[in-house]
Design a protein around this ligand. Structure first.
Ligand SMILES: Nc1nc2c(ncn2[C@@H]2O[C@H](COP(=O)(O)OP(=O)(O)OP(=O)(O)O)[C@@H](O)[C@H]2O)c(=O)[nH]1
Ligand SMILES: [Mg+2]
Ligand SMILES: [Zn+2]
Length: 354
């Protein structure tokens, strides 16, 4: 397999150089990551791998989509020695208990993603508020969101929904497709070509894996129709995994998320709610919080009917959530930093004994 097929470029080569100068070290991309084990894709095909002890301390845990530098260990097996700095990352905030302290940490869903395909079924799954959330997540992580309204075969008025969603996600292409019939899949194919990394997100049952299968043209990934659904769990895809398309290009499939806590970047919010950010330029005070200050252009637009009140409500709700997470993450980061140095000093003590 060619590294370029996986998205390798001269820029990656450059950031890997210092690690690649070691004998027998080679670059690879993380196709699957759990706490204990990794699966890598590289020139030699697919291989299981583990993280070296040193890398475990020096880098954040690798996520699917990360580029790493690895080497064959003398005793067999492949060991990852370095994780290259991410260009973009899709992360959601989540509450985590850490040494008894409640803290918001972020869970990286995928790294080095160019396009986020926000998949939403045009059945009961259709939910404008959730689309805003995912689109914000994409912008905030440094990726281009694309809204894929799937199951268009169930909605004769799919075009109407497309124009509704255009107002929710300015700057994001909106596609209406049917992964089942194949209608509209050409538009999706144009966005996932060679050199690009796309990530499928959306709730369980939206049709992410069905879309992926259409792109890969075989049954790379089980879908709800092909796998027996056991018990109450409706989730078909159980982990995040990277797939390579026959014509080049990479697609990451993810399981439907139960909750989408928002990423910490406020830029995502302003991009998703561009019309509000623009209105705010007309407020009398530069730091207007649009909470009853005099000369507030946003309040005037709501009162005058130019700004949809439900958009305004979403913007405020997501903004509050982000501020809360920023505060909580700052507390969590301080704890993580303490832990890191505790590990380093333990290591130093051990070395001085040897
Ligand atoms: N009518 C219709 N059904 C579809 C379409 N795409 C997918 N489905 C069906 O929707 C169900 C869920 O599809 P999946 O692809 O497994 O959904 P998913 O988003 O991967 O779900 P998780 O893996 O649980 O996150 C299956 O029964 C599919 O056959 C479509 O375009 N039209
Ligand atoms: Mg799936
Ligand atoms: Zn204002």
């Amino acid at each position: 397999m060619e590294l370029e097929t996986l998205g390798w470029t001269a820029q990656w080569e450059e950031s890997a150089q210092q690690f690649l100068s070691e004998p027998n070290h080679f670059p690879a991309r993380v196709a699957f990551a759990s706490r204990e084990r990794l699966r890598l894709l590289g020139q030699g095909g697919e291989t299981p791998a583990v993280l070296s002890g040193r890398a475990r301390r020096a880098f954040f845990p690798p996520a699917v989509g990360d580029w790493v530098v690895a080497a064959k260990a003398p005793g067999g097996g492949v060991v990852v020695h370095a994780v290259l700095p991410r260009r973009s990352r899709l992360a959601r905030g989540q509450a985590d208990r850490w040494r008894g302290e409640e803290a918001a940490v972020e869970q990286v869903l995928a790294a080095n993603v160019d396009r986020v395909l926000v998949v939403c079924g045009l059945d009961r799954d259709y939910n404008p508020r959730r689309i805003e959330r995912y689109v914000t997540l994409a912008w905030g992580g440094g990726a281009q969101p694309v809204v894929v309204l799937n199951k268009a075969d169930l909605r004769p008025d799919a075009d109407l929904v497309v124009s509704e969603v255009e107002a929710l996600a300015p700057g994001a292409p909106i596609l209406a497709v049917s992964a089942r019939s194949g209608k509209g899949m050409g538009q999706v194919r144009r966005l996932v070509g060679p050199g690009a990394t796309a990530c499928l997100v959306g709730s369980s049952g939206a049709g992410k894996s069905t879309l992926l299968n259409r792109l890969v043209d075989d049954t790379a990934q089980a879908t709800a129709a092909t796998r027996a659904v056991t018990g109450k769990g409706r989730h078909t895809t159980t982990h995040r995994e990277l797939f390579v398309l026959p014509g080049g290009g990479v697609v990451i499939d993810t399981p439907g998320l139960r909750s989408v806590g928002l990423d910490l970047a406020a830029e995502g919010l302003d991009a998703t709610f561009a019309e509000i950010a623009e209105l705010a330029l007309g407020c009398r005070f530069r730091d207007c919080r649009h909470q009853g200050e005099p000369g507030c252009a946003v309040a005037a637009a709501v009162a005058g009917g130019q700004l949809d009140p439900s958009r305004w409500e979403s913007y405020r709700r997501l903004g509050r959530e982000m501020r809360y997470r920023q505060l909580a993450a700052a507390a969590g980061a301080a704890a993580a930093e303490r832990e890191h140095w505790r590990g380093v000093s333990k290591e130093l003590r051990r070395m001085s004994r040897e």
